[in-house]
Design a protein around this ligand. Structure first.
Ligand SMILES: Cc1cc2nc3c(=O)[nH]c(=O)nc-3n(C[C@H](O)[C@H](O)[C@H](O)COP(=O)(O)OP(=O)(O)OC[C@H]3O[C@@H](n4cnc5c(N)ncnc54)[C@H](O)[C@@H]3O)c2cc1C
Length: 493
């Protein structure tokens, strides 16, 4: 296989790798982004609750932490970034609540610290006032501190938009490209992938759950990560009235993250049940599910398991467990020049624009010439969301392209036009379409629309339906046609 050469190689198209690629695309640098999955944003970034926060909701949060500095740098950037990339960004605000008045002192301390750091002033609401603002909260809640700055984004949409824009500005994206080994030379790295060798002057290791393993390939693992599995439940949209803001209970036990969060689409998420676990095991367990729903009911008693339409687990890669919270690693390895490790356990989505700028600072300091790319265009337009359009806008869209008049997913009102556009922008699988335009995210979870989406994918990609996969690899949904199954001996049962 031919050897490819690039100036900067980014490993991992999660939110951190994507934000860095997009930031680098402002300059005349040859950048390659490799991702082992068939699509972008499918690592830890896929499994989270999408809150954009300063992380100031715990007393372990300290201004001297690196993570804090990245967050502060990032937060003013997030809303304008979402505007440029046409990514939904919703300011929802958050109540950090207590169920026991002895914890009030902690809330006061948090409020004083927020103010002394110049981060604004949060208002405390006792239960009766809180109940007026959030009518469904439990009477056991005693009060809560309101942080108006909290917002939500969809982390996968953000990652897709960052990558789309980076590619439009010249970044080379290589999907299904897995880094298997790296050799560090004096002037370059030789990176072995399943698609051949890549020579790179700089390597940015943004491999999420596997950052330490990739770093270990060149002996640049001068940090330790602890994988913590987090469970999140998804409630049907008919529950959207139950909470208008992020509702969180001040941690009552270590590792407790008891929250209910509105998403940009209008569903509520709840969790997060944390558990030290073997990495890569993303199974959801009955115990985690039960605990998460019990905790959610302590916030909103009306939440019922009957309304749970999905659940998932992701990994928080904690670094520096001793401090009770976790630090991040966004730095050039002290042992290996030109090798930059990037990992933020929580909240990496919020910190991503700041982390990307930090990587650019590191590269600049190391001598990489960052001359502006005169063709850089910061804007990207999202796929039209038919369900959100007015009647007039819908008619205009259907006039332009009749496929927008054909609803494929009834739960989420997703049209054929949106699905075709998602495929045009890079979706090659059922999940690729689902994570761009949402068929399969409603109550039926793809039971009705799944086969229709598969048919459209097959048609647009020019492949047989039996080759359409859920998420790449061997995840075919239709192994054989029924007739073939009967002919090949499947008729007895
Ligand atoms: C339950 C939960 C809730 C969370 N809630 C929030 C929140 O509300 N707000 C917030 O800001 N953060 C939140 N986070 C944290 C946030 O999700 C992460 O910090 C962030 O997504 C990490 O992004 P990343 O780019 O580092 O990793 P990833 O998204 O995992 O990206 C790494 C990529 O590298 C690829 N890769 C790995 N190995 C290789 C290889 N050998 N070759 C090629 N590619 C490779 C992977 O496939 C992956 O796509 C939450 C996390 C969890 C688990």
């Amino acid at each position: 296989m031919p050897v490819m050469e690039t100036e900067v190689l980014i490993i991992g198209a999660g939110v951190l790798g994507a934000a860095t690629a997009r930031e680098l695309s402002r300059y005349k640098v040859d950048v390659t982004l490799v991702e082992k999955n068939v699509d972008v944003g499918w690592g830890i970034t896929k499994a989270n609750v999408g809150v954009v926060c300063q992380g100031r909701d715990t007393l372990e949060f300290r201004p001297e932490y690196h993570r804090t500095r990245l967050l502060w740098r990032a937060l003013p950037l997030m809303e304008p970034l979402c505007r440029e990339l046409d990514v939904p960004f919703k300011k929802v605000g958050a109540y950090l609540m207590i169920r026991d008045m002895t914890k009030k002192e902690k809330l006061d301390k948090l409020a004083r610290r927020t103010e002394s750091l110049g981060l604004g002033s949060d208002t405390y609401y006792p239960y009766p006032e809180l109940k007026e603002r959030e009518p469904h909260i439990s009477p056991e809640i005693k009060g809560g501190l309101y942080d108006h700055a909290i917002a939500v984004v969809h982390p996968v949409y953000l990652t897709q938009a960052l990558v789309e824009n980076a590619v439009a500005n010249g970044v080379r994206l290589m999907l299904e490209t897995e880094v298997e080994d790296i050799e560090a030379g004096h002037t370059e790295f030789r990176v072995r992938t399943n698609r051949g060798e890549i020579k790179a002057r700089y390597v940015i290791n943004a491999a999420g759950e596997w950052v330490d393993r990739i770093a270990a390939m060149v002996n640049a693992d001068d940090f330790v990560l602890f994988p913590i599995k987090g469970y999140v439940g998804v409630l049907d949209r008919n529950c959207s009235e139950l909470a208008g803001s992020l509702l969180a209970v001040l941690p009552e036990e270590p590792g407790d993250m008891n929250i209910v969060v509105p998403t940009v689409e209008g569903n509520l998420l709840f969790g997060i049940q944390l558990q030290i676990n073997r990495r890569h095991d993303r199974s959801t367990t009955a115990l985690m599910a039960r605990r998460a729903i019990e905790n959610a009911r302590k916030i909103i008693p009306e939440i019922s398991e009957k309304d749970v339409i999905n659940s998932f687990c992701g990994y928080l890669m904690f670094r520096n467990f001793e401090i009770g919270w976790h630090e991040c690693e966004v730095a050039m390895s002290a042992r290996v020049p030109r090798f930059i490790n990037m990992t933020i356990g929580y909240p990496g989505v919020s910190a991503s624009p700041g982390a990307a700028l930090e990587v650019l600072d590191i590269l600049r300091k190391d001598g990489l010439a960052l001359e502006p790319n005169p063709k850089f265009n910061p804007y990207r337009k999202d796929i039209p969301d038919f369900s959100m359009l007015s009647e007039k806008e819908r008619k205009a869209l259907i006039r332009k392209d009749p496929r927008y008049g054909h609803v494929v997913c009834r739960c989420e009102t997703v049209t054929e036009g949106e699905i075709v556009e998602a495929i045009r922008r890079g979706a090659t699988t059922l999940d690729g379409v689902k994570f761009r335009v949402r068929p399969g995210t409603g109550r039926c979870q793809g039971g009705f629309c799944g086969p229709r989406v598969a048919r459209i994918l097959a048609r647009e990609l020019g492949i047989p339906e039996t080759e359409v996969t859920k998420a790449g690899g061997a995840s075919q949904q239709v192994p054989l046609r029924t007739k073939q199954l009967l002919e090949e001996g499947g008729g007895d049962g």
